[in-house]
Structures are given as C-alpha cells and as structure tokens.
Design a protein around this ligand. Structure first.
Ligand code: BTN
Length: 269
C-alpha cells in the first residue's frame, strides 16, 4: 500500500471494524517499533483494545533482543490487553495470537504450522513472529502488549541474507498479493474468538487447538533458553504453555521460553 494513503485508509478501516475488543487505533507510516509505542501507551493508561500499527518499522524488535526487519509489505501490529488473569497464563496469549495468524493464513489455502512457542511457518520457513511484553503487579497482569509481525507482501530480497534464507511471505507462497485490510479483518475476527475463550479461562481448549496446529510435538528438538541449551523429544505442552522435553537421561524438562530448532532442519534453521 502506498505510503501516502496507508495511514488514512488503515485508520478509517480500523475505526469501523466491528470487532468488540478493538477500541482505539494508532496508525503510523514509519515507527521505531509498534511494541515500544504500545508499551508507552499502556503505561500511560491506554485501555484494552488499543492498537498500534505501522507501515514500516525502523527498530522492529524480535524475541531475545533480535531485530525484526520491517520493510513495507508486512503487518506490524501491537495490541494492548489487560486481562484479569494471573501472570503465569500470559504465555497463552502468544499461543492465541499464533493460532489466529495461522488460521488466517489457512484461509488462503496455505499450510501454516506453529513452531513452539509461537513462530508461524509455511513450508519450513518463518512467515510470522510474535513478541509478548507484559508488566505485572505481584501475581496479576497490569498490561500485555502482543506484538505481531507478518510477512504479507514483503519483497524477501529486502531482508538481510540470513533472515531471507529462513523466511517466506504470503506473496512468495501464493504468487499474488493478499489484501492488507482483508487479512487484518480475518486476523482480528479469529483473535477475538480465541481471546474470548482465554478470558473465560477455557485454557484446555486453547492448548488443544494449539497442539492441532503445531508441528513441534513428537519432534526431536534443541531448545536454547536464556541459561542453557537442551536437547530431547518434545512430547507435550502443559496448561500454561510450557514445553515438556524428555532429555536423554529420561528426565522431563519444563521450558517456559526459548528458541526451538528441529533436528531434521538444523542445517537451515
Ligand atoms: C519474533 O519472532 O522474534 C517476534 C517478532 C515480533 C515482531 C513484531 S512486529 C510488530 C511488533 N513490534 C515490534 O517491534 N515487534 C513486534
């Protein structure tokens, strides 16, 4: 979408979007990071359902302090949520975001799958990523910013070589451009459904759906956490989204967060 019309059109689109949890949209042409802006808004008291989107980001952030390269043609979206559940359930919000993205991609006939915890991939290449940032007060959540980056019509050649080798986009897979607003609408409808399930604390349903759309379980994996690297068979996720890994000693390790690599793909992940 052209720079000149992006802000106006997207703002108008988001304002008339008939989705309950979408309240106030902030639309930018170029931003450092939609998550950074959403966090500032959340700290200043912005309500649940506040949304920040940008056409491009110049300091897009990924998990583990990585850069999320953000040229035009991507969805760069951050949602502010204030669910009244305990902090330990926040990882499930990244599960529902990954589910909503995956199912939105399925609408176009592509087989998208989730790699634990929340990378969305098509044909073994990453098409979307999710960055959750939250602040809590003791056991309760103050706010959660769910940041979502989706390679919609990105020209993959605009990405650096190593990222390009591991990435794909909808246009690359389909050979035609997906409409940005149509995709957003589908995504918000699906996210709204899962968020309702989350708020009703029907966590088992979220986990079951996540398992149905993930290709991680049953695989031999290597997971890099902040403190160690573990190898083993990924055999389940628990009710809070922790990955359960059976390591060589037969012991089960429970992992909250990490970078997961599949053994059969170690050369190109
Ligand atoms: C990852 O896979 O490492 C997560 C990537 C998350 C990228 C999105 S783009 C919108 C939002 N703003 C950011 O700076 N990051 C997230």
């Amino acid at each position: 979408m052209k720079k000149s019309i992006y802000v106006k059109t997207t703002e108008a689109f988001l304002k008339k979007l008939d989705i309950d949890f979408v309240k106030k949209p902030f639309v930018f042409d170029d931003l450092d990071s939609t998550n950074t802006t959403a966090k500032e808004l959340a700290k200043a008291g912005s309500e649940e359902g506040t949304i920040v989107v940008a056409r491009t980001q110049n300091h897009g952030r990924g998990r583990f302090e990585r850069i999320w390269e953000s040229p035009e043609g991507g969805v760069y979206l951050s949602l502010i949520l204030r669910p009244s559940v305990s902090l330990e359930k926040t990882p499930l919000l990244s599960f529902i975001a990954a589910l909503a993205v995956t199912k939105s991609i399925h609408v176009y006939g592509l087989h998208a799958a989730i790699k634990w915890p929340n990378d969305v991939r098509v044909n073994g290449r990453k098409i979307a990523g999710i960055l959750l940032e939250s602040e809590g007060d003791g056991q309760m959540i103050n706010y959660v910013v769910v940041g979502i980056g989706i390679n919609l019509t990105i020209d993959l050649k605009k990405l650096s070589d190593d990222i390009q080798a591991r990435s794909t986009s909808l246009i690359n897979e389909l050979n035609y451009p997906v409409d940005y607003h149509e995709f957003l609408k589908t995504f918000f409808m699906k996210f709204e459904h899962y968020y309702e399930v989350f708020q009703k604390q029907r966590y088992g349903e979220i986990i079951d759906e996540w398992k149905a759309y993930s290709d991680t379980l049953g695989k031999n994996v290597r997971v890099k956490t902040m403190t160690e690297t573990l190898q083993g068979a990924a055999f389940d996720v628990d009710q809070s989204g922790f990955l359960l890994l059976r390591i060589a000693s037969g012991e089960t390790k429970k992992i909250l967060s990490g970078d997961c690599l599949y053994f059969d793909e170690l050369n190109h992940t």
